[in-house]
Design a protein around this ligand. Structure first.
Ligand SMILES: Cc1cc2nc3c(=O)[nH]c(=O)nc-3n(C[C@H](O)[C@H](O)[C@H](O)COP(=O)(O)OP(=O)(O)OC[C@H]3O[C@@H](n4cnc5c(N)ncnc54)[C@H](O)[C@@H]3O)c2cc1C
Length: 388
């Protein structure tokens, strides 16, 4: 009897890998350190982006055998704000993204993937923290470093469904602030790419901004925070180990829309394991994700460069477009200047990584990034044998 394929982490990447293995006739066992799936999240809304391909993301997931049994709302409309507070409405003929919930509650993406994995015969072992896989397997343990953070609130509301986003360094340095409402629930957050220690200031400003511009009203609000890791050269393989999702640093470099990357890479790793040809994983990465990673990095480089004035122009340009989805898609297609600019984006990103957090972090700092970096440093120091 063949051994089951071991997978560390029951996030979207690990569960998709397990479902793919099972659908291709193999056995998979998933180890999850927490007591349930989605426990890293807080019931917050996240957007499953639908603008990096011509085709629809739900069809792509369907082609992996993932059914859309999670609660989702397609969003075609969004109100965008420039840094000086001007408002522009955009409308897309096709959904720009599908709003999904993350966490352990029924209806979340996480619970749906768990149910699909169990139905396909996958074994999931909760409460098991794995740091080594000597016989190989798939590493899907999520981010180990905070390159970007999102801090915000989930809440209940009587507001109508709607999506609002503001691009301003005063609200979210290097990133964007958002407010999403669906079926009486809401999520508001500031997603920032620098100046993490001042997260409270940016979050307060974001709340005030949306109170003023979108008549934000909430009850039972609960604070949350999380982080993301992105690598220009994702670590895909080490011996018999395949790294997927954020464990490899696979992410959308511009805005941190990592769920789709996680599920695609998880599927590819499952396929590579089942074909007994682990090299296939990097072949599939090159075919499907490499140019997206590069374009995302170039987009981030440009976004860092233009600042508030550039963000205002960007919003106006999107708002003028008849098809904002297609407009955004253009920036994720590989173009001649993507290859030219990529080395510059690469060097800049390495310099930013080198000025790392821990140096500027005060011991008592409780910001999301410092907490995350302390936990990863402690884990590495405590267990020198950690290999994944
Ligand atoms: C606040 C926030 C908002 C976001 N918004 C969006 C968005 O709108 N759209 C989008 O596409 N993306 C968004 N993202 C990013 C997205 O959530 C991630 O990219 C995605 O969840 C990555 O999936 P993953 O499976 O790689 O990792 P994770 O979802 O982190 O799953 C990893 C799992 O591994 C487990 N684990 C970790 N270490 C071990 C171990 N040693 N042993 C066993 N188990 C372990 C963890 O408990 C976790 O369950 C957001 C992220 C955050 C934090």
């Amino acid at each position: 009897m063949t051994q089951p394929i071991k997978i560390v982490g029951a996030g979207p990447a690990g569960l998709t890998a397990a479902i793919s293995v099972a659908r291709l006739g193999g056995d998979a066992v998933v180890y999850e350190r927490r007591s349930d799936v989605g426990a890293r999240f807080h019931g917050d809304f996240q957007g499953l982006e639908n603008w990096t391909t011509d085709g629809d993301v739900l069809d792509e997931l369907g082609s992996f055998g993932i059914e859309s049994t999670f609660d989702y709302t397609p969003f075609r409309d969004c109100v965008l704000f420039t840094p000086d507070g001007k408002e522009f409405e955009i409308h897309s003929p096709q959904p720009l993204w599908y709003l999904v919930r993350r966490g352990a509650a029924p209806g979340t993406l996480d619970q749906s993937l768990k149910q699909q994995a169990l139905a396909a015969g996958v074994e999931i072992k909760f409460g098991e923290s794995i740091h080594n896989l000597p016989e190989g397997g798939i590493v899907a343990r999520g981010p180990s470093r905070a390159d970007a953070i999102a801090v915000g609130y989930t809440f209940e509301t009587d507001m109508a469904d709607g999506a609002y986003a503001a691009v301003s360094s005063d609200l979210a340095p290097g990133g964007y602030s958002y407010l999403m409402i669906s079926n009486g629930l809401g999520t508001l957050a500031s997603c920032m790419f620098s100046d993490f220690h001042n997260e409270k200031v940016y979050l307060e400003r974001t709340v005030e901004f949306f109170r003023d511009k979108a008549a934000l009203k909430w009850r039972n609000e609960a604070r949350f925070g999380g982080f993301g890791n992105m690598e220009l050269e994702p670590k895909l393989r080490q011996g018999q180990l395949l790294f997927v999702g954020e464990a490899s640093g696979l992410q959308d470099f511009l805005f941190g829309f990592g769920m789709r990357y996680a599920m695609i890479s998880g599927h590819h790793a499952g396929v590579a394991y089942m074909s007994n040809d682990l090299d296939q994983y990097s072949v599939l990465y090159k075919q499907r994700l490499q140019s997206l990673t590069k374009s995302g990095a170039v987009n981030r480089f440009m976004y860092n460069l233009v600042g508030n004035r550039g963000y205002g122009k960007l919003v106006k340009r999107i708002a003028k477009s008849d098809d904002p989805r297609n407009w955004a898609h253009r920036y994720y297609r590989s173009r001649w200047w993507t290859s030219l600019m990529f080395p510059l984006a690469h060097v800049t990103s390495r310099i930013q990584h080198r000025k790392d957090p821990a140096e500027s972090c005060l011991d008592e700092c409780d910001c999301t990034r410092c907490q995350c970096n302390r936990v990863s440093t402690r884990a590495k120091t405590a267990d020198k044998s950690v290999s994944i």
